[in-house]
Design a binder for this molecule. Structure first.
Ligand SMILES: Cc1ncc(COP(=O)(O)O)c(C=O)c1O
Length: 393
């Protein structure tokens, strides 16, 4: 069976150059980076070189980077790290309704610890309007956390504007850039942002490694207390292989990102146009243009996203549906609901996220497959107008 991977916002394949870069760290470079003998020193050098590469990619200082196990851990470290360190200054946090669960659930936890959280709404394109953030600020706001780009719709937020509002108010600003990193240019040195989250497995590196950039001078409480790793901000022996992999990925991205983004955008545009030209009753979820170059989220009216997903999987296509199956009932995606999508449209939503390695042939095959599956499922749907008409005749 032909296999087409259109789920790069979930995770990405490991780049062959990354695989090559980690090899020595799976064999003779095995030391503990905290050991001061030769075996440790070699590995420490690998980690510090990776730190340098990643800092250069984001335009940060190497020492501003804290390596973690994931985007999720980085978000938790940013949010709880500020809450626990700065909680005496205030007990209010501002975030948005469309954040990843790593942010939403860290905030929900803090609500059980005496913090108040405002979840700012989004407009119909899934974008946080900066003025809404300004309106949400109170005298005891200690943190604003708004994602750079949304994982489900790809909508890109106005982070420079939101960061400027937070900075004017003297409030610390965090952004979850897990999906934006490597897809749109980010220059931390120019951004009014104090903390930025990224994750290795979204950029063709490995699962289980991520990072948080913490601007010099911003103090956070560690969430993992232990050794002195990461300058006391994250105790625990480093995930050496994961860090080396991220270093290589971001090094590659520094030279290949522009070309790769242009190619992915070309393929996504072709895919999107093919679907909209050939299949009626589709709704684009997310901003038409202010969107990640690889992402398209579409509601297929009169069908369920989950059924589409399973049928496409049988044809070798991996994509993602926004709905989560909880206790047998399909819950529409909270992101699409927050955007004001019609609940039935939200249930028929599918996310396709393209990436490195996809080809024109993948796109052409996928357009045909999606058209076939949509027609098949709509023919079974009593709600689809032409089915209804056929039955009435
Ligand atoms: C926007 C966003 N934030 C955070 C995460 C969590 O990252 P990780 O899988 O590295 O924990 C994801 C993963 O899908 C994401 O899309």
């Amino acid at each position: 069976m032909r296999k087409i991977y259109f789920d790069n916002n979930a995770t990405t394949p490991v780049h062959p150059e990354v695989r090559k870069a980690i090899e020595p760290f799976l064999s003779d470079q095995f030391g503990n980076p905290s050991s001061i003998h030769w075996a440790g020193r070699d590995v420490r050098k690998g980690i510090e070189d990776a730190r340098q590469e990643i800092a250069s990619f984001f335009g940060s200082q190497p020492l501003e980077l804290v390596f973690t196990s994931s985007g999720t851990e980085s978000d938790n470290l940013a949010i709880k790290g500020i809450a626990y360190r700065q909680g005496n200054a205030g007990k209010h946090i501002v975030t948005s309704q469309v954040e990843h669960p790593a942010v939403i659930n860290a905030c929900r936890f803090l609500e059980t610890q005496g913090f108040r959280v405002t979840y700012v709404p989004v407009n119909r394109h899934g974008i946080v309007e900066p003025e809404k953030v300004r309106e949400a600020l109170t005298r005891d706001t200690i943190l604003v956390s708004v994602m750079y780009a949304n994982n489900e719709t790809g909508s890109v937020m106005a982070i420079p504007e939101i960061g400027a509002i937070a900075r004017d108010a003297g409030v610390i600003m965090h952004t979850d850039a897990v999906q934006a990193a490597g897809k749109i240019p980010i220059d931390f040195s120019q951004l009014p942002v104090d903390m930025l989250t990224f994750s290795g497995h979204k950029v063709n590196a490995l699962k289980g490694a991520g990072g948080l950039i913490v601007r010099k001078g911003i103090e956070i409480e560690a969430m993992s207390h232990g050794g002195h790793q990461e300058r006391g901000r994250r105790g625990g022996t480093e995930n050496v292989v994961g860090i080396i992999a991220m270093g290589k990925s971001f090094q590659l991205l520094r030279t290949r990102m522009a070309d790769e983004v242009a190619e992915v955008l070309r393929l996504r545009t072709k895919f999107e146009k093919g679907l909209f030209d050939r299949i009626p009753e589709l709704v684009l979820n997310g901003h038409p243009t202010r969107r990640l170059p690889n992402t398209v989220n579409i509601s297929f009216r009169y069908v369920e996203g989950e059924a589409m997903l399973l049928n496409l999987d049988m044809m070798g296509i991996a994509c993602s549906s926004g709905s989560a199956c909880t206790s047998g009932s399909l819950e529409p995606s909270p992101i699409l609901v927050a955007m004001g999508a019609d609940p039935t449209d939200a249930q028929g939503a599918l996310r396709f996220s393209l990436g490195w390695g996809n080809t024109d042939a993948d796109v052409e095959y996928a357009i045909d497959a999606v058209e076939t599956v949509t027609s098949k499922l709509r023919a079974l749907s009593p709600l689809y107008p032409s089915t209804k008409e056929a039955k009435a005749r």
